[in-house]
Write a protein that binds this ligand. Structure first.
Ligand code: TPP
Ligand code: MG
Length: 357
């Protein structure tokens, strides 16, 4: 951990390390508590996380069959982050923006798996008419602003979305997701400065899955406690167990309370892990199989919710029938995609330039 040369006046509120830079009177966010979910909410978390996992596995298969071209980054292992955060947002009011690892986020938003799979396979029925593919999905209706291939670019754009919420006074909050690798990008810090200066309603979420392509966070980051990255801009940060959907939801509630209370931005570092390679073309030789297996065995977010569900009295049969219904949805999405036509060649010339502002 890098040493700070300026005294830190606001003490971390938890051992996990809620902290805020700045003067003595500056408020700090409350320590987040794990969310107390009802049985129905737990079932919904389970459904959504299993849907993301099975959907991503199917996407991996279709990629292997050559039905998906270009890059394809899977979200397997990180499901609790998108599901936990999304569940706390107000649909139609709050906005979201993320990088290229975006299929899981779209599913967590309730976007139809058929149009996501059709987009992945480059079909006309895809959410970006088959022209965006894996990395460039977008849904203005859901206030989901992509899907961005340039590492870190979504942070500046998300700050703009936060500005728009404030300017319009619509009460919305922007959630801008980015990775541990992206957190070393210069534009992130320009965005932090403006967001805090103007007290913009934005939650910066670092999905720290421990790797940026083949480089581990410890090898690339002088300060690898990423929740502290906002300190010199007086942006408080919380470190969260991103493998536990209830911890994620609890921290998001706290972050929303902070931001909606007019305190400006907050940073959430979600400690998570991706089970698959960076993209489908990555053999992941920079880490051992044992490391991945240990995460799967000890911290899997879906197994974690299963335990909560068992404690809530949900039977194994009930979970099995959910699993079956999800498999059906995913198979249908692949069938839908494969039977949809490719876009007409004339589509090459549409949506390329905005001709009028
Ligand atoms: C500006 C820019 N630089 C480099 C790349 C190549 N690149 C794509 S993904 C990536 C790693 C990003 O890692 P991280 O932010 O941790 O996100 P993760 O893939 O782990 O979700 C890099 C370097 C890029 N797309 N854009
Ligand atoms: Mg990463």
């Amino acid at each position: 951990m890098a040493k700070s040369t300026t005294p830190r006046t606001a003490k971390p509120k938890t051992a996990a390390g809620a902290s805020a830079g700045g003067d003595h009177n500056r408020p700090v966010p409350d320590t987040p508590q794990d969310y107390k979910a009802s049985k129905d909410e737990l079932l919904e978390f389970y459904r959504q996380m299993v849907l993301i996992r099975r959907f991503e596995e199917k996407a991996g298969q279709l990629y292997g069959l050559g039905l998906i071209g270009g890059f394809c980054h899977l979200y397997i292992g990180q499901e609790a982050v998108a599901v936990g955060i999304q569940s706390a947002l107000e649909p139609g009011k709050d906005s979201v923006i993320t990088g290229y690892r975006d299929h899981g986020h779209m599913l967590a938003y309730g976007i139809d798996p058929n149009v996501i799979m059709a987009e992945l396979t480059g079909r006309e029925a895809g959410i970006s008419r088959g022209k965006g593919g894996s990395m460039h999905m977008f849904s203005v209706d859901h206030k989901f602003y992509g899907g961005h291939g340039i590492v870190g670019a979504q942070v500046g754009l998300g700050t703009g979305l936060g500005f728009a919420h404030k300017y319009r006074g619509d009460g919305g909050v922007c959630v801008a997701y980015f990775g541990d690798g992206a957190s070393n990008q210069g534009q992130v810090y320009e965005s932090f400065n403006m967001a805090e200066l103007w007290k913009l309603p934005i939650i910066f979420v670092i999905e720290n899955n421990q790797y940026a392509m083949g480089t581990s966070v410890n090898r690339s980051s002088a300060e690898d406690l990423l929740y502290r990255r906002g300190e010199s801009f007086r942006i408080p940060g919380l470190q969260v167990n991103g493998m536990d959907v209830l911890a994620v939801r609890g921290a998001t509630e706290e972050a929303l309370k902070w931001v909606r209370g007019g305190n400006g931005p907050i940073l959430l570092e979600m400690k998570t892990y991706r089970y698959r390679g960076h993209s489908m073309s990555d053999p992941a030789k920079y880490r051992s199989r044992e490391e991945v297996q240990e995460m799967r065995d000890k911290s899997d977010p879906i197994e974690g919710v299963k335990k909560y569900l068992e404690a809530a009295g949900v039977s194994a049969d009930e979970l099995k029938s959910i699993d079956q219904s999800i498999r059906k949805i995913v198979t249908e999405s692949a069938d839908f995609a494969e039977s949809s036509p490719e876009p007409d060649p004339s589509e090459l010339y549409t949506d390329v330039l905005v001709e009028q502002y």
